[in-house]
Every structure is written in C-alpha cells, then in structure tokens.
Design a protein around this ligand. Sequence first.
Ligand code: PLP
Length: 383
Amino acid sequence: MGFRTRQIHAGVTPDPITGSILTPIYQSTTYVQPSVDEYLSKGFTYSRSGNPTVKALENKIADLEGGVDCACFGTGMSAVLATMLAFLEAGAHAIVSDVAYGGTYRLSTKILSRFGIDYTFADTADPDAVAAAVRDNTKLIFTETPANPTMKCSDIAAISEIATKAGAVHVVDNTFLTPYYQLPLDLGADISLHSTTKYMDGHNATVGGAVVSKTDEHAEAVRFIQNSTGTIMSPQVAWLTLQGCKTLSVRMDYQSASAMAIAEFLEAHPKVEQVAYPGLESFAQHELSKRQASGFGAMLWFEVTGGVAAGKKLMDNIKVWSLAENLGSVESLITHPVTMTHADVEPAERARVGIIDGLVRASVGLEDTEDLIDALAAALDQV
Ligand code: PLP
C-alpha cells in the first residue's frame, strides 16, 4: 500500500474491547500474566520493556521505514545513544559525520569517549574521506543527512558499501527528511534513526526518538539497550506521535514547497549573502539530493549581509516565525545554531565544518507561504 495509507493505518488496529479507532494510551506499569506457564503470552510484562501504545507507534514507524523492527525512545538523543551502546564497546572506533546535531557531537566527545571509544569526525559528504577514516576496529559509521545545521548531504549508498566492507554498522539519522522523502534502509544502511520530536510529531508537543533496524540481529541489540538503560518512550508521547505521523506526508509536501519558495526569495534578496537549500540548483549537492531522496524537505539556512549582528537583528525582530530551538513543527522556527543548538561544538570545529557565526537556520512550518515570505521581507528591511 502507498505511504499515505500506511502512515494512517500501519501498526494500529481498532481496540479489541471497545472498538476505539485510536489506540488507547495504555497507562499501566505492569501486565497481569494468565499463569506462570503462560508468562509473556500477551507480549507485555513491564512498561520499561514494552508498552502497547508505544508498540503501535514502533510498528508504524518500522513499516514506514521498511525495517523489521523499530524501538522508540524518550528523546532523539536516547535513540542516538542506543545505537552507540548497541554497536560500540571500549577499544572500538566510530566514524561520525563532522556536521551533525550538536548533541550527537557532545555525546560522542564528552561522554562516550570517556569509556574508551575512539571517534573520527569525517566529512561524510566525501565517501573517500569516510573510506580513509576506516580502521581495523571501526564498528559504527554514523551519518546525518541532510546534516543539522549546514544541510550537507552524504551519499547513503556509497557509505553503506564502505560500512559493509569494513564490517561496521551504518546508522543514518533520517530526522530531516523522514521516510516520506528518504529511505536509508533501501539505500543500503543498517539502521535509520529519528528524533521523532521533529516531523513525526510535527506539532511541538513531545520529545522522542526511534531506531529502525533492517535485521533481527540489530533489532535485538537495540531492544536490549532500550530495556537495560530504561530509555523507552512514554505512552502519552507515543500516542501523540501516532496522531502526528498520520499527516506526515501532507505536512512535508506543503512545508517543503514553502521552503523552496522561501529559498528562492532569499536567494534573490539583495540583503542575503548566501542560502543553502537542497532544492536550489546552487546547492552543492543538489544532484545527490535528487538522486537519493524524493523531496528536499523544509530546512534551510541563510546568511544576512552584515554577518552576525544583522542576523541577530533579523531573528530578534521577525514576526510569525518564532526564535526557538527545535525544527519540523507546524510552527515556523528560526534558530541561531552558534548560540543555541550547536553552542557545545568548539568554535574552531564549528568554523572547520562550515557552521559560520552568521548562519540563520530556518525550519519552515505550515503557515501560509506568503505570510512567511512577507515576515522575512519585513525583517530584512529592518537590518
Ligand atoms: N538528530 C537530529 C538531526 C536533531 O536535529 C536532533 C535534535 O535537534 C536530535 C537528533 C536529538 O533529538 P532530541 O532533541 O529529540 O533528543
């Protein structure tokens, strides 16, 4: 069945007792077992190990991503953590996109490196750089594409081949494009990962994460971490995310069309120095984006003429858009990564990977495109 049908119906069936069309919020810690011999016969024992509402969302996301299993987590960061704990150990080496969400960089450099895991932050936009970074003990390659916040794209199929040859697990953070536009598992990756906080929820209502596996072996390793670390998603969050997922394609289509119009408006504006949006022909990896994804998404960044001061003025004065962290919601958000989402990345490292001080990140929401453009035009007039 098509994506639009599956985003609504996959993973859920009417409640067998009441007929409720929506999966109920199973707010229960434990599950009564019919007998000692029939322990686990209904599939649930304790809500840290599994919960029926969470399971419905997990089944839906696994279906949309084309995986054998999905495990949902309390945040996107606990989903990232789960993949690193599942496939790395002391003495192992991991390659991570040199541009990725700041929290992924912080987790790697400030926490997991303390436990004897070695990291290389490689330019995953260049498969040769990834191949050159591979060592005998490389166990994980973690690619975020498009990357937060520079939008740099990485060739999922090429990196998957490198990972397979190296015997490493290839994890792709698919948060920016979602399975509606990009299917990492079909392109050869082993794991597709999400901060469901973003487009899956889509309404700025929750924080959550998801890890989708292509094989039972990887799924089991991730499930073991989900249970052992106690990082499973809550049933309320799963319920809200279940509703959000049903309109994913409709939101993505409108938001992406708006992002294209906004990127073109910004590119033509005399007070804008540069714009990065995968849908623009001027975007360095426009062809790669077209090849591996069926849409360009609704994230972009731009630099205002006048640099940091002008960018800050725009962000402080703009109407309709909100100055806030997060992305992927129906509300349009504007963010300054250097002081907000990527503040924990050292200035030298930010400069090296292109997170310039004047970078203004825009998450295009579901408001009328014209209103978003008018608000940007008015804010640019003031700088
Ligand atoms: N991955 C990406 C691409 C993100 O943008 C974020 C958060 O911004 C995360 C992971 C972490 O997700 P969460 O904030 O839900 O923990």
